[in-house]
Design a protein around this ligand. Sequence first.
Ligand code: PLP
Length: 404
Amino acid sequence: MTLHTGRHFLQIPGPTNVPDRVLRAMDRPVIDHRGPEFARLGAEVLEALRPVFQTKGPVVIYPASGSGAWEASIVNVFSPGERVLMFETGHFSNLWRDVAQRMGLEVDYVPGNWRRGASPEEAERRLSQDKSRAIKAVMVVHNETSTGVTSRIAEIRKAIDRARHSALFMVDTISSLASIDYRHDEWGVDVTVAGSQKGLMLPPGLSFNAISEKALAASKAAKLPRYYWDWQEMLKPNRQGFFPYTPATNLLWGLREALLMLQEEGLANVFRRHDRHAEATRAAVRAWGLELLCEEPKEYSSSLTAVLMPEGHSADRLREVILKNFDMSLGTGLAKLADKVFRIGHLGHFNDLMLAGTLSGVEMGMRLAGVPHMAGGAAAALASLVESHQKAGSIKAVRESVLS
Ligand SMILES: Cc1ncc(COP(=O)(O)O)c(C=O)c1O
């Protein structure tokens, strides 16, 4: 094994780098989860989570990976045999569909090419044709982590409204929450699914459901069996800051700190930062002469970029060369994209110099692995970063001169 110095570069699209502040916040003795100190912690994080989802409604926290929150979103609102509309955006929409099918739902699955997001036009068409209102929910993965494509949730909301359809709207934000603008209330989302290990800058182990009034009402009539995931059982003790079972106490201390960090930076700045890093990454990919997997500029992801390998070259070998020589982990191609793409994660606890290091590592790796490309991708990214600072500086200057 090669000995490496300095920090490992964890540039997969989640789990992401955990800030030292968050690590330190978790490094403490476990407390009594039925005691007064826990009640304060629980109440604080349950409240502070809401603005991150841009909701005034309840958010529940599960000691589970994102897949748990997927299952929770389904078992709380449906009865066996009900019909839902889902969109094939990539590996993760496939998996969420599998959960729905295993729970006994009928899934209308709109096929996709893994290079575009869910189509608002197709949603409107399908919902308008559903005269008997058999479709009980529209379920979309906001940011498809396997492809780096972001579906246009606000537009899908409008499509549901144009069709005057009563379906619930359910969205997976596992790799978009706290990275890409997302508005649970304003976009009329009924259930938002999220996880701790990406934009929230925490280790894996927590996942979330944000719940609308309409979804809560649906949960009262829903017949699918549930115990661990039951919102009603969760919401009762949550009112006092407690959980119905043993919570992931130390992860919640980490969550408290991560939420403080997001508050300090301000959500709008968090989104802008992710947009800048994604833009700079795309500048690098173009300068290298490589192809982005996402083929719709309106759907470029700000949390990760998936890059297609030149024909006949292995993405996994490139990742291996980069890991061995530069101690950097990049995301692998998943399912049908295995070995064909590599994914650069630029979400969570991240800054310009970390991006510069990341892209330099990719460029040096391509050179070492003999992947055909043009030099200058990392330099193009630096130029893009500098330009965005200059633009932000001049906007600030104009604003200040107007105000003075
Ligand atoms: C968009 C999306 N949904 C769901 C999941 C599944 O989450 P987990 O692996 O935490 O169970 C992931 C994991 O990366 C994801 O990216």
